[in-house]
Design a binder for this molecule. Structure first.
Ligand SMILES: C[S@@+](CC[C@H](N)C(=O)[O-])C[C@H]1O[C@@H](n2cnc3c(N)ncnc32)[C@H](O)[C@@H]1O
Length: 272
């Protein structure tokens, strides 16, 4: 297998929202562990098309001061459009790398990040920065995906897609699963000097009316787009057929159930 890979996030800004309803329970878990209070300053790192920051802004209606940052300008544009359309208050989005957060030390009361850390070019540096801008005693919650075999909604389409390529041209494993193997996250936290934390697994079950509905989501969301765009129409059809067949094995009560494990990390900054 080649080095793990990730998509072009500026391109993905057009289609990423297709996944949001499926991963919303995770936004709620991350927010619930933040113990938010009126007047707090909150940073949403790798905010993508706005989550979980926008969920906070919708609930708190200007009573917390939110900043979302992301490296992809097109993602930040989507956030700004949503803020304008919904008339949300107290939220600001900026193009900024997690590895170089342009805010002073101990500036934020809370830091949150859903599915960003495993994609950073330098996860230790990014995590150090997230801790640096957090006040002493402040809370940070973030999530990463578990290993690929525990993310059915990614592993099934990815492995069947890989089968459409010759042995010497296999697509790289998605970077989304790069921190999921046992011990990797703990090492990362140690390397970033984080001492006070706990990790909770969470299962996100995606339910589809039928296998075709999941296939449509795979295509609509641009899943592994950079790889399947290299396939002939014939190979795409073979991938489609293989996926539909595989998903029949995941049917319960006439619906397709796909279970996906993520890891939720809760950090309390202890003055490091
Ligand atoms: C899977 S999306 C998650 C978006 C959003 N947090 C959510 O859960 O809906 C990952 C995001 O991380 C951003 N990203 C990747 N590397 C980054 C970095 N080094 N600093 C900031 N953002 C980064 C990407 O541009 C992308 O928008």
């Amino acid at each position: 297998m080649q080095k793990p890979d990730q998509p072009d996030w500026n391109e993905m800004a057009k289609t990423f929202d297709a996944w949001l309803p499926y991963i919303q329970p995770l936004a709620e878990r991350l927010i619930s562990r933040l113990d938010l209070m009126t007047g707090m300053k909150v940073l949403d790192v790798a905010c993508g098309t706005g989550e979980p920051g926008l969920s906070i802004a919708r609930t708190w209606k200007g009573d917390v001061d939110l900043t979302g940052i992301d490296t992809a300008g097109a993602m930040v544009d989507v956030c700004n459009k949503k803020v304008k359309e919904e008339g949300l208050k107290g939220i600001n989005h900026l193009v900024m790398r997690a590895e170089e957060i342009g805010f002073p030390d101990k500036y934020f009361d809370r830091v949150i990040c859903r599915f960003g850390v495993m994609l950073f070019d330098d996860p230790v540096k990014g995590l150090c920065e997230m801790v640096r801008v957090l006040k002493d005693g402040g809370l940070m919650t973030f999530s990463v995906w578990s290993s690929l075999d525990k993310i059915e909604a990614a592993a099934i389409p990815f492995k069947l897609l890989a089968k459409q390529f010759p042995e010497d041209d296999q697509p790289p494993e998605p970077k989304m699963a790069s921190l999921g193997e046992p011990g990797i996250l703990e090492k990362l936290l140690r390397d970033a000097g984080v001492r006070s934390y706990h990790i909770e697994p969470i299962i996100l079950t995606y339910i589809f009316s039928n296998p075709e509905e999941f296939w449509q989501l795979v295509i609509k969301s641009g899943f592994s787009k950079e790889n399947y765009e290299r396939l002939s129409q014939e190979k795409i059809e073979a991938w489609h057929r293989a996926l539909i067949l595989d998903l029949r094995g995941h049917e319960q009560d006439e619906k397709v159930h796909l279970t996906n494990e993520a890891l939720v990390v809760v950090v309390e900054k202890d003055g490091i």
